[in-house]
Design a protein around this ligand. Structure first.
Ligand code: SF4
Length: 449
């Protein structure tokens, strides 16, 4: 709460300064000026008075241009400031997330009637005997009355789990993002919600579920898979959740490996930030199963990927899975731009190749930080004082907030260069980028199998 107090004091100070300095500004002009002064002050660790000390102007547009130049120096230089995103600052004590490094242990477990006797419901009963286990008619009905409506509710989602019987929505094509080149990924829609807390996670703004959802009927997924199957397909869990976050309890990985072993023209991917690999090591491996880890420098993990496994454990898990016969993949996603990013990401790439041989890597993706504009205020509220919003994030080709094209280009070139020093044969692709960026990086926009 100390961080919240500091940010809230900074905001109050900024608001009163702008009120007294520019009394003629209406609500919108005041809001934009406050945001710009607050963000510069936070980013540069300086007082709001210092930020506006050189301003001897009273014309709003001129003041705004002056502040935009300070807040977004690269964008200003590249003439890319036509649509800055300057919503009201969202600080709210009740929405701040307090990170508790405790094991996931839901207080309430709601089980759909049709899943009450399932093996998964039994596993939850055994793993969480102190939780309240209740039968519900359906998750859909429950949601009509108990919708997750605030960030406080979202912060508490780890206290509630739902065991469901899935009837539809088994498989989806990854929607990617508007105007971007897709990587041909398909989603095996297992679980919704995550026990980890990443500052940049899109689920914070996307979900209205008051808990984490676990389907109990994997057999039904398998039964209808043949009608979705396409040879060469790449499919995986981990789009609306983390694939292995609770695998010790759900044991989803065991039947999945068993099932996809028989479909060796398909590549199945488990995507994770965890080191929960015991079950994978205890089932006979299958060469078409890929276990992938998202990688970031440890200092980024410490401040942005709360409750996840540290980098060294992710890499150790990768090496153990490879020894057990699986292929590994890695996602440098999201790459975060900060002072010293080159040095830190180089360390990660070097560590990666110290742990894993290039021939054991199925693919590597690179994506830069991006999110729906609404997520900006969610991050501000849940993680006040965070540093990722200090970057120059502006509306990009898909209307998401992203770094400027020149910065992204620099990141991709650098990262691809680092990777090619170790091997030129690993398939690499960009996540959620447009065709011009793929071409500039000499990457062919084809499915990566
Ligand atoms: S691991 Fe993935 S799904 Fe989970 S909080 Fe982080 S970004 Fe979101």
């Amino acid at each position: 709460m100390q961080v919240y107090k500091k940010q809230s004091d900074l905001l109050k100070k900024t608001e009163s300064l702008i009120d007294s300095r520019f009394p003629g500004f209406g609500i919108n002009k005041k809001q934009e000026t406050v945001r710009l002064v607050y963000e510069i002050s936070k980013k540069e660790s300086t007082s709001p008075e210092n930020v506006i000390k050189d301003i001897a102007l009273f014309d709003f547009e001129k003041i705004k241009q002056h502040l935009l130049k300070k807040r977004y120096p690269h964008a200003y230089l590249h003439n890319y400031l036509s649509r800055p995103y300057l919503p009201k600052i969202a600080l709210d004590k009740g929405s701040v997330l307090e990170i508790k490094k405790t094991r996931f242990y839901p207080k309430k477990i709601f089980i759909e009637k049709s899943a009450w006797r399932s093996t998964l419901a039994d596993r939850f009963r055994k793993s969480f005997p102190k939780a309240e286990h209740s039968e519900i008619k359906s998750f859909k009905d429950y949601l009509k009355i108990h919708r997750n409506s605030s960030l406080k509710d979202y912060n508490n989602r780890r206290e509630t789990a739902f065991i469901t019987y899935e009837n539809h929505d088994f498989f989806k094509r990854c929607p990617c993002t508007k105007k971007a080149v897709g990587c041909g990924y398909n989603i095996f829609n297992l679980s919704f919600g995550c026990i980890f807390e990443c500052t940049y996670c899109y689920l914070q703004e996307y979900t209205n579920s008051p808990g984490i959802i676990f389907p109990s009927n994997l057999d039904r997924f398998f039964n209808i898979f043949s009608s979705h199957k396409r040879p060469g397909m790449r499919i995986g869990t981990g789009e609306f959740s983390d694939s292995l976050m609770l695998d010790d309890i759900t044991e989803y990985s065991k039947p999945i490996v068993d099932f996809f072993r028989k479909h060796n023209d398909i590549r199945f991917e488990f995507k994770t930030k965890s080191d929960n690999i015991k079950n994978l090591l205890n089932v006979p491996h299958a060469g078409n199963i890929v276990i992938s880890w998202s990688l970031n420098p440890q200092k980024i993990i410490d401040k942005n990927e709360f409750l996840t496994a540290p980098l060294n454990k992710r890499l150790k898990s990768a090496s153990e899975c490879i020894k057990a016969g699986y292929k590994a993949a890695f996602h440098f996603d999201p790459v975060i731009y900060f002072n010293g990013w080159r040095r830190e990401y180089k360390k990660v790439v070097d560590l990666l190749f110290e742990s894993v041989r290039p021939e054991d890597i199925a693919w590597i993706s690179i994506g830069t930080l991006r999110f729906n504009p609404k997520v900006k205020q969610v991050i501000e509220s849940r993680f006040p004082g965070n540093r990722i919003l200090d970057g120059e994030l502006l509306r990009g080709f898909d209307n998401k907030l992203r770094y400027l094209c020149v910065i992204r280009r620099d990141i991709y070139k650098y990262m691809l260069g680092l990777l090619s020093r170790h091997s030129k044969k690993i398939p690499a692709y960009l996540c959620m980028e447009d065709i011009s960026m793929w071409r500039e990086m000499n990457l062919r926009p084809v499915a990566i199998l």
